[in-house]
Design a protein around this ligand. Structure first.
Ligand code: FES
Length: 212
């Protein structure tokens, strides 16, 4: 039976660098926009998560997920990074969300929604009708980055954000799962200059939104 290591094309004793490189190569090959498919993409992502979760021997692909991995519902308050420039605000402002409350912003820029168990932050935004940025959906670019100003967002896969960004509470929304009952996030961080080099070309869906 094919193992997670087989999916990534590496030996079970591969070091971290080899695992990361193999994951980035495989996830891009499997991407639907690169001739892959949603199923192939998910298969690679699951294999990587299993290895990262500590599997040291070849496990079976397709086992049911661990029920202990469920996350609680989380009430997320969000703000569009693009708005900050318009108002002269900074992501460092202690009262950023209080100012946003008073600014009468449209729902696409500021508001709240509930992230259900098993939804990533990006999936929850999309399921509520919002078009947040993304590209690979597999932890291999920075297009979907958000800044977490309160609460906690766990990323099962991150091959792209360096440690200094992690320490600044920058996270990926495509696979980020809230660990707290409430959160405040600034989304659309793709406009943050430090993230320029870590981005991929946007998906056609996002390009379509940009030309509307
Ligand atoms: S869309 Fe690429 S890491 Fe989230």
């Amino acid at each position: 039976m094919e193992s997670s290591f087989d999916v990534l094309g590496i030996d079970p004793d591969a070091d971290d660098t080899t695992i990361e490189r193999a994951y980035r190569d495989r996830i891009m090959e499997a991407h639907p926009d690169q001739g892959g498919s949603v199923e192939a993409f998910q298969r690679v992502r699951r294999a990587y998560e299993r290895i990262r979760n500590g599997e040291t021997k070849p496990p079976a692909i397709g086992e049911p997920s661990d029920p202990n991995q469920r996350h609680p519902p989380s009430r997320v308050e969000y703000l569009n990074y693009e708005v900050l420039d318009d108002f002269g605000w900074s992501i460092e402002d202690d009262d950023l969300f209080r100012k946003a409350h008073r600014a009468d912003l449209p729902a696409e820029d500021f508001g709240r929604f509930l992230v259900r168990p098993h939804e990533s932050l990006l999936e929850a935004a999309e399921n509520r009708g919002f078009a947040w940025p993304f590209a690979c959906r597999g932890g291999a670019c920075a297009n979907c980055a958000v800044a977490v100003l309160s609460g906690e967002l766990k990323m099962p896969v991150n091959t792209i954000l360096p440690s200094e960004m992690y320490e600044r509470n920058i996270r990926l929304s495509c696979n980020g799962m809230p660990l707290t009952e409430s959160m405040q996030v600034v989304y659309n961080l793709k406009h943050l200059p430090e993230l320029d080099e870590l981005q991929l070309p946007p998906r056609p869906f996002e390009q379509a939104c940009m030309t509307d």
